[in-house]
Design a protein around this ligand. Sequence first.
Ligand SMILES: NC(=O)c1ccc[n+]([C@@H]2O[C@H](COP(=O)([O-])OP(=O)(O)OC[C@H]3O[C@@H](n4cnc5c(N)ncnc54)[C@H](OP(=O)(O)O)[C@@H]3O)[C@@H](O)[C@H]2O)c1
Length: 302
Amino acid sequence: MPRAVQYKTYGGTEVLQVVEVGTPEPTEGEVLVKVKAAGINPGESKTRAGTLAQRPLPSGQGIDLAGVVVRTGPGVTGFAAGDEVMGFTWQHASHADYVAVEAANLIAKPARLSWEVAGSLFVVGTSAYAAVRAVAPQPGETVVVSGAAGGVGMLAVQLARRAGADVIGIAGPANHRWLSEHDVTPIAYGEGVRDRLRQVTDRVDAFIDTHGDGYLELAVALGVTPTRINTLVDYSGAARLGAKTEACRAAATSGILTDLAQLAATGALDVPIAATYPLDQVRAAYDELAGPHPRGKIVLLT
Ligand SMILES: NC(=O)c1ccc[n+]([C@@H]2O[C@H](COP(=O)([O-])OP(=O)(O)OC[C@H]3O[C@@H](n4cnc5c(N)ncnc54)[C@H](OP(=O)(O)O)[C@@H]3O)[C@@H](O)[C@H]2O)c1
């Protein structure tokens, strides 16, 4: 029987279950995909914990996905059985053997892109894209990224570099070498971060925050105009200070995902994979994500 991850009550990873379900039927405009890889993201942990928008229960999980088309629903053109695809579903349903996905949310998987990267690119890639676009870095400007080696941050620093900006990445020491190798100036977070920033630059033009916890105030203190600050986390701070909150929903188009997939397939965008887990070890995957974890995406494989 096909399996899907579900939770019946809000909570930690202990509420996650892998249950046997029927194969979903693709309705008008949908494509049935046999999932091969599906990334996990902190936002899904927050949703499952009940701290974001409430969901009808039981709920599935999973936005990112890559897999093979099984069949198409009525009205779908452009995809056929056997096609290798990647994309996203807002139905929180990709942590499963099969998922029915709106055709508009799928693109062809570049042949050279691994299943792991294809299945975990959407949320972090489009969030990074939206955040960089929101702060509009110009060549020669200086952009600071907090959480610079996290799932979103590691792509935001690369996209900001591609825009021609000088990039400073705030990250743990284990990630400093990787940041340097990607032409990003690393500095450590924690006590004294403002002084360390001042030691490496006397001007910050834009700030991308993927961590929260005071970085918006730091950005303002560094003289960054609020409209050139984007946070993925601190919504109340953004409302108070006039900063932006662009993330994946602002860049959820097949065109942007296609561009990101091509960059990743050619190696122009480095998308490290930290770990893979079989679907039935979904709890362990989310437990790893919740703690300090190696750089890169954590991906469920079916
Ligand atoms: N609103 C949206 O639509 C949206 C979309 C995507 C993500 N998000 C949110 O964005 C956040 C990041 O997501 P992610 O996928 O990038 O998570 P992630 O892969 O778990 O990365 C988190 C990063 O935070 C860093 N970090 C820990 N303590 C820090 C500190 N004091 N200062 C600066 N960085 C610190 C870690 O750095 P080290 O590993 O270097 O120690 C880690 O790399 C999450 O809260 C997520 O929910 C929101």
